[in-house]
Design a protein around this ligand. Sequence first.
Ligand code: FAD
Ligand code: FES
Ligand code: FES
Length: 480
Amino acid sequence: MVYKTKFILNEQLVETDCAPGMLALDYLRRQEWKTGTKEGCKEGDCGACTVLVGSLQEDESVRYEPVTSCLLPLGELEGKHLVTIEGLNMTELSPVQKAIVEEGGTQCGFCTPGIVVSMNGLLMDKSKTVDLEGIKYALSGHLCRCTGYRSLKSTATLLSERLGEHLTADDRLSSLVAAGALPNYFVEIPGMLREIAPEPITSENGNGLKKADFLIAGGTDLYVQAGEKIPDAKVQVLNLLPGMKGINRVNGHYQIGALTTFEEFGNSPEMQEVIPDLGHFIHLIASWQVRNRATLSGNIINASPIGDMTALLLALESELILQEAGKERIVALKDFYKGYKQMDRKKSEILTAIRFPAPAPGTKINFEKVSKRTCLDIASVNSGMLLLVEDGVVGKIQFTLGGVAPIPLLLCETGGFLSGQPITLENARRAIEITQEEIAPIDDVRGKADYKRLLAKQLFIAHLTKLCPEKLKVREFYDL
Ligand SMILES: Cc1cc2nc3c(=O)[nH]c(=O)nc-3n(C[C@H](O)[C@H](O)[C@H](O)COP(=O)(O)OP(=O)(O)OC[C@H]3O[C@@H](n4cnc5c(N)ncnc54)[C@H](O)[C@@H]3O)c2cc1C
Ligand code: FES
Ligand code: FES
């Protein structure tokens, strides 16, 4: 059977029989000759290949997200709108392009198309503000090596002055079209997407899970690891399967669809209620484009000892719901990893959801990450902590560390020691000693073992002093 993918490319409907595992970037540049989308690192790091993917929402509006096309499988575009730099161009410079020119935000221009696309993504996203913070969010996945970022950041003021009320309109997209900030064809897109909406997948129409060499979720790990092999292999694009998204509260648990992306997790009001600083934590992970693709299940099944979401989900006492041939089983995340990249999972098992108990009132949660760069960098060491202090003593503690052992670690001995104890400097110092006995970091590209031991200590101090500022101060640990 020939696999076809039907989607809208800028203003045109296309149907292609190119392999579903082919990269959208390669399709654009080699099949469509849309060379405005640049090929830089091909690993999600530089942002030169950024495109917008629009999908029809339940309320019939279209939500656009910037993603890196060098990690995006073509098959994922089924029923969606793919927007490249060519699709944002108009007869005159758009407000974004004009602002970049006026502020001197481009020189060699290689990074510029991707940056224009992300900045348009910011304008089109009604949950974001077009100010310095918003522009920084939009630029987090872009490298520019000749102009620098100051002039790009200063476009925020120009854009918010010039587009003013259009950025707060209820229908932000139509308003931006009316303002001449987006081409007119954007208003036709919801209707066009309705016409090509994929038929729902059922077991009867045989479009369910197929035997595949690669199960692709966001593809942000897979394409970096096996990008050369995937286009010629049999792939299953997991996002085409139903029922693996969304966040619900069920019987005292939060249940999260395994294909929930980092951005969806970070923007979820339910998760923000559980973890009030979540917005800040999420900003420390990958970039806007990668977070729009990267899923929780990919982070867990990739089994990296420094997976950021894994460290957080471990602190939340998560369990994994795994399915194979209609049979379901549940495994605690703390018991899931058996060794470096080894898991309690059969190759054919699908992770369908993650769940964790709703934390008791008064529970506080923190996440820490140390990496060379703030944005778009993998951790040297990361850490999560869930802490409940009741009647002056620790009622519950879940302390996790990544990057200090072959697997993401829940520090059971440290937690066991602190449980039932008051938070005091003496207890904290003893807990740090126990942590050092529980971890076994190695020297690698992200740091020497001694450095990681030091980070484990510093992150523990950071957790306790942030979560219990009335009990402990950072300076007390250093006899200042
Ligand atoms: C530029 C860049 C920056 C990054 N920054 C960070 C960072 O800061 N922090 C961080 O933790 N990670 C980071 N990553 C790594 C990556 O984004 C994450 O690990 C992400 O969670 C992977 O998810 P995915 O959906 O893209 O997985 P994929 O690449 O699609 O899949 C990864 C593995 O999981 C399997 N899989 C996925 N879902 C399922 C499922 N439901 N059932 C069974 N198997 C499944 C796949 O078959 C594959 O083996 C970065 C990656 C890139 C490219
Ligand atoms: S080419 Fe660098 S992020 Fe895609
Ligand atoms: S303008 Fe040259 S890399 Fe950004």
